[in-house]
Design a protein around this ligand. Structure first.
Ligand SMILES: *[C@@H]1O[C@H](CO)[C@@H](O)[C@H](O)[C@H]1NC(C)=O
Ligand SMILES: *[C@@H]1O[C@H](CO)[C@@H](O)[C@H](O)[C@H]1NC(C)=O
Ligand SMILES: *[C@@H]1O[C@H](CO)[C@@H](O)[C@H](O)[C@H]1NC(C)=O
Ligand SMILES: *[C@@H]1O[C@H](CO)[C@@H](O)[C@H](O)[C@H]1NC(C)=O
Ligand SMILES: *[C@@H]1O[C@H](CO)[C@@H](O)[C@H](O)[C@H]1NC(C)=O
Ligand SMILES: *[C@@H]1O[C@H](CO)[C@@H](O)[C@H](O)[C@H]1NC(C)=O
Length: 344
């Protein structure tokens, strides 16, 4: 036999036994029990949007948004990085390109997935004119086959960000508080349809954050404490969401769907005034860094807001959104993210 072929065959054999042993030992070895997603697809709202709304059409493109990163407004609703950036970092991939920018720049930018999230949107239409989640999923579906193949999708993860715009819209329309539980059920039912659709399109892992404690957002807290009535409604939303995720995982026989527990992560940080009790980073955690009508000026060009000296000392950036340091803290207290997201 040709010595080269011999070498080749023995290498092949070695490789096969490695695979076999790897499989047998797989239960004990945590590294072979993990998968590493290559792409991130993002749907939802301003907690996840990294710049899908066109310039000048949202406050996220105005000073002082983006002052920490990248140093100027860039369409993120924060002083810097947002939820999507920290999830991508956790997955060790680059922040995926926005749908808006998909036709510009390098082809490699498509490698890390795509972000379809628009600030202000919900699962239903809100006063925002941006596409709701159904339309965002349609945009994604239109790119399948041409831009992303089924094998791309099987090594991809989805982030589905539903952070409460359906509810702020409901409240802004002065609709009945008493009927809110009925509406909450509708929002979660529509979320379930969206999750099913994303799964049916081929995504193998789908992360969905729980609703954060909306009653603690500066917009809804004039005093220094959270609105517990509002948070009780948020808890109702989250318990329905947990039931839906359990049902979907049972149907698929896998832990395909994973809740990222923003609710408790936010509360832990607000209580500890930081991501660990020894290090009080956020002295007044319910006070936003950018107070007033953040990003807006009057007819004379005078600012209708004030900005704190050190955005790193604030958990909230504006009335609704965490600062970059706030998001970093949230992701740092989500200690079992690996268990839920990196399990095949
Ligand atoms: C999403 O928006 C489209 C276009 O406005 C609308 O036809 C559709 O009903 C909306 N979907 C939901 C679930 O509200
Ligand atoms: C809701 O109520 C407030 C206060 O009563 C009022 O200012 C606002 O115009 C109302 N909004 C709608 C959409 O009816
Ligand atoms: C708390 O939230 C509920 C539900 O949104 C609202 O009806 C109530 O007025 C709020 N309470 C305070 C003190 O703001
Ligand atoms: C999944 O659903 C089936 C049918 O409803 C039920 O019999 C089964 O116990 C469920 N399995 C789990 C793990 O919940
Ligand atoms: C899930 O597992 C059950 C029992 O092992 C099997 O009957 C069913 O076909 C599986 N469903 C899927 C979607 O794989
Ligand atoms: C994550 O941690 C929480 C609290 O420690 C625990 O209740 C939950 O079961 C864990 N989830 C997973 C998927 O391990």
């Amino acid at each position: 036999m040709d010595p080269l072929i011999k070498l080749y065959l023995s290498l092949l054999l070695f490789f096969f036994s490695f695979l076999l042993l790897g499989e047998i030992n797989g239960v004990e070895s945590s590294s072979s029990n993990q998968w590493s997603p290559k792409k991130l697809f993002v749907f939802g709202d301003s907690y996840a949007d990294t710049g899908n709304i066109k310039e000048r059409q949202a406050v996220s493109w105005r000073v002082p948004y983006g002052i920490t990163f990248p140093g100027k407004p860039c369409g993120r609703f924060s002083d810097g990085r947002v939820s999507t950036d920290f999830l991508a970092k956790f997955l060790r991939i680059k922040t995926p390109i926005t749908y808006l920018r998909k036709d510009y720049g390098e082809k490699e930018w498509l490698w890390y997935g795509m972000n379809f999230a628009y600030g202000g949107t919900g699962v239903f239409n809100t006063k925002s004119s941006s596409p709701n989640m159904t339309i965002q999923i349609n945009l994604f579906e239109q790119l399948l086959d041409d831009v992303y193949s089924q094998s791309d999708l099987s090594s991809s993860i989805a982030l589905v960000s539903v952070s409460g715009n359906d509810y702020s819209n409901y409240l802004a329309l002065n609709r009945s508080i008493a009927a809110l539980p009925i509406f909450i059920k509708q929002v979660v039912d529509q979320t379930e349809l969206n999750l099913r659709r994303i799964h049916d399109l081929g995504l193998k892992k789908i992360a969905i954050p729980s609703l954060p404690p909306l009653g603690c957002l500066p917009l809804y807290t004039s005093s220094q404490c959270c609105n517990e009535t509002f948070n009780a409604l948020v808890n109702y939303h989250n318990s329905l969401l947990e039931q839906v995720v359990a049902k979907l995982n049972n149907e698929t026989n896998h832990s395909t769907f994973a809740i990222i527990d923003f609710y408790n992560a936010f509360l832990t940080i607000l209580k500890n005034k930081g991501d660990n009790p020894e290090n009080t980073r956020f002295e007044t955690p319910l006070k936003p860094c950018c107070e007033g009508s953040c990003g807006n000026v009057d007819e004379m060009g005078a600012k209708k807001y004030t900005v704190c000296d050190d955005p790193e000392s604030a958990f909230f950036w504006d009335g609704l959104h965490p600062t970059q340091e706030g998001w970093r803290s949230v992701y740092s207290v989500l200690d079992n993210l690996s268990t839920s997201l990196l399990k095949p």
